[in-house]
Design a protein. Structure first.
Length: 132
């Protein structure tokens, strides 16, 4: 039931709340090296992210989502801290533009120009391994 609950969280945040109709099931969730990282609350997953292995050796963070009722408690930061501590590869992501200052505070740097994906502005970002 957990995978269902994780998908429900992702769909609730991205498809319903952000009104972004996109192919949520992109075939990458079941790749052998994909990591699903989340924090549970009393009624199921409260925060989630996915880490994919990219060609060339980088790890891609995506689908970072926190339930609306759980926001402001640092849960996404806890998940990212875990990824930083357990991933020796460079990290890449396409951050929603309004979150760039927050990701910058977590050690990410802008790595390209802003672009629109599924009607939402994004910025590519990279974080090099720091050994923390």
């Amino acid at each position: 039931m957990t995978f269902h609950d994780l998908l429900r969280l992702r769909i609730d945040v991205f498809v319903v709340e952000q009104e972004c109709a996109y192919a949520e099931l992109d075939g990458r969730d079941t790749e052998p090296d994909t990591r699903h990282i989340w924090l549970d609350g009393t009624s199921g997953p409260m925060a989630y992210l996915r880490v994919l292995v990219e060609p060339g050796g980088a790890s891609r963070i995506g689908r970072v989502a926190t339930l609306a009722a759980a926001r402001g408690n640092g849960l996404a930061g806890v998940l990212l801290d875990h990824v930083h501590a357990t991933t020796p590869d460079p990290l890449v992501m396409d951050a929603q533009t309004y979150l760039v200052p927050w990701y910058t505070s977590m050690g990410y740097q802008r790595s390209g120009p802003e672009f629109i994906e599924d009607g939402i502005a994004h910025v590519p970002m990279t974080r090099e391994p720091t050994g923390d």
